[in-house]
Ligand binder design. Structure first.
Ligand SMILES: Nc1nc2c(ncn2[C@@H]2O[C@H](COP(=O)(O)OP(=O)(O)OP(=O)(O)O)[C@@H](O)[C@H]2O)c(=O)[nH]1
Ligand SMILES: [Mg+2]
Length: 452
């Protein structure tokens, strides 16, 4: 993610119209997508965020530094813009814990309502997940589309998914999001399940019926994913014992750009969050050392667990890799937090103990100057959680710190400017050769020192 995401805004995502909710299988064109957020005013169901204006709401706890809060909101704005909306206002309310009924307190809610009515904003986006009842109450009160963090991320994934697996995974996540949020409001599902009112069992409520339709759909999607999984397992087996390397990292750090550099592949890379949702695998040969390199979906803080679960088969590329290349955007003020988020997510998916190379990308954009008053590096020990401007340590200082911390080579590159790419290639070649030689000790060992 760019360190200052907010300005490049207004046309975000519009070109993506044609890929809206391609999670269509069996002719139910994006059904889950459309029913997820209900435009309360007119009773239509649409998650389309194009050409819409959005208001952001964050409820940080009282101890969180202002700069950090703004940074989180920058990320949420970037997500909203990636989904095609234009952010017009940010509301922040500091609370020890969110209001159980409406997430924000009564006064703040009135303030948001007045703003929404005055500016005719089309949706309100919350930086956290809302409970089903909070969602309902807010929708009733504000009378516009209410979007929480999970829904926003799922919506972006839905736009990006291209392969059958990714589309099925997204659709599963959509239905799983929907299931606990079914209320009488969603009873339009009735029309879709083929049967009429008369076919309902005695005493069965509409919600129960909707729930059954959704549950059936979830079961079907899970079955389909199992089939797809079996196919890809067979594919993976046919790759034999070739060493497998996976690029992992926070979203927008440059994974796809590095993939393209190393493999001359043509993977979609752009300055949007979650440009990559499908995983891509390419065969790469560096100095006669062959390996398979996969580009994977980026991680983000508060990534919905359901989404992680439904993306199981995509994440298998990571789980089954012999070596992880963890890419970090060093120019991002929160890059250290990003590293922690990625490590936690790797732990969640059972891939924390893999050999890992840490690569700091975007050094061309790295700036030691504090550029904004509320600039905050997040660098351990370099500045406290305060709002003071702080100069960042130099690249050399970073390098020394990380070398000492990890006892491992750490590489600083710019994929865009092609700086230190030879060093990256050499290091990769060395590591892959070592894995290869360990696996096939008697067969034509690749000399690790020659690999460079
Ligand atoms: N300044 C600078 N920008 C870079 C560098 N490497 C990549 N970028 C840009 O960063 C943005 C994101 O790059 P991607 O390669 O799409 O990042 P990703 O990690 O694959 O992102 P997701 O697929 O969204 O998770 C693009 O606009 C790239 O051009 C770099 O070294 N320096
Ligand atoms: Mg990518």
């Amino acid at each position: 993610m760019a360190s200052k995401p907010s300005p490049k805004s207004n046309n975000g995502g519009k070109a993506q119209n044609s890929t809206r909710h391609p999670g269509a299988v069996d002719g139910v064109k994006g059904r889950a997508g459309r029913i997820l957020t209900k435009a309360a005013q007119n009773g239509t169901y649409d998650t389309s965020t194009d050409d819409e204006t959005a208001v952001l709401v964050a409820v940080p706890d009282k101890r969180q530094a202002d700069a950090r809060t703004q940074e989180y909101l920058d990320e949420l704005a970037f997500l909203a813009e990636t989904a095609g909306a234009t952010v017009t206002k940010r509301f922040i309310q500091r609370l020890d814990k969110p209001d159980i009924r409406t997430f924000v307190g009564e006064g703040k809610l009135a303030e948001i309502k007045a703003y929404v009515e005055h500016t005719k904003a089309s949706m309100v986006i919350f930086d956290d997940d809302l409970s089903p009842s909070q969602l309902r109450n807010l929708e009733a009160e504000l009378k516009v589309k209410i979007v929480d963090r999970s829904l926003l991320i799922i919506d972006i994934f839905a736009r990006r998914a291209k392969t059958a697996t990714a589309q099925t995974q997204v659709e599963l996540a959509q239905y799983q999001y929907l299931l606990p949020r079914l209320t009488g409001l969603w009873s339009h599902l009735d029309k879709q399940r083929g049967g009429g009112v008369a076919q309902r069992g005695p005493g069965e409520t509409e919600i129960e019926t909707d729930r059954r339709v959704v549950n059936d759909r979830i079961a079907l999607l899970k079955e389909r994913l199992k089939d797809l999984d079996r196919q890809s397992q067979t594919q993976r087996k046919s790759r034999g014992g070739t060493v497998r390397v996976a690029l992992v990292g926070y979203t927008n750090v440059g994974k796809s750009t590095i993939m393209n550099l190393l493999s001359r592949a043509d993977v979609f890379a752009e300055n949007k969050l979650f440009a990559t949702v499908d995983s891509t695998v390419r065969k790469v040969v560096l100095e006669t050392v062959p390996f398979l390199l996969s580009d994977t979906v980026g991680f983000i803080r508060k990534l919905p667990t359901r989404l992680i679960e439904s993306f199981k088969s995509t994440l298998d590329e990571i789980r089954e890799a012999d070596l992880l290349v963890h890419v970090v955007d060093i120019s991002h003020p929160s890059f250290e937090e990003h590293i922690a988020v990625v490590n936690d997510t790797l732990k969640d998916i059972g891939a924390a103990d893999k050999p890992t190379l840490l690569i700091f990308n975007k050094i061309d954009q790295y700036n030691t100057e504090a550029t904004e008053p509320e600039y905050h590096t997040g660098f351990e020990g370099m500045n406290a959680e305060d709002d003071e401007a702080a100069a960042r340590p130099t690249l050399e200082q970073f390098q020394a710190t990380y070398m000492a911390k990890l006892h491992d080579p750490v590489i600083f590159i710019s994929a865009q400017e092609r700086t230190n790419i030879d060093e990256l290639r050499a290091l990769l070649t060395r590591r892959v050769s070592a894995i290869h030689n360990e696996r096939y000790p008697s067969v034509h060992p690749i000399r690790e020192d020659e690999a460079e």
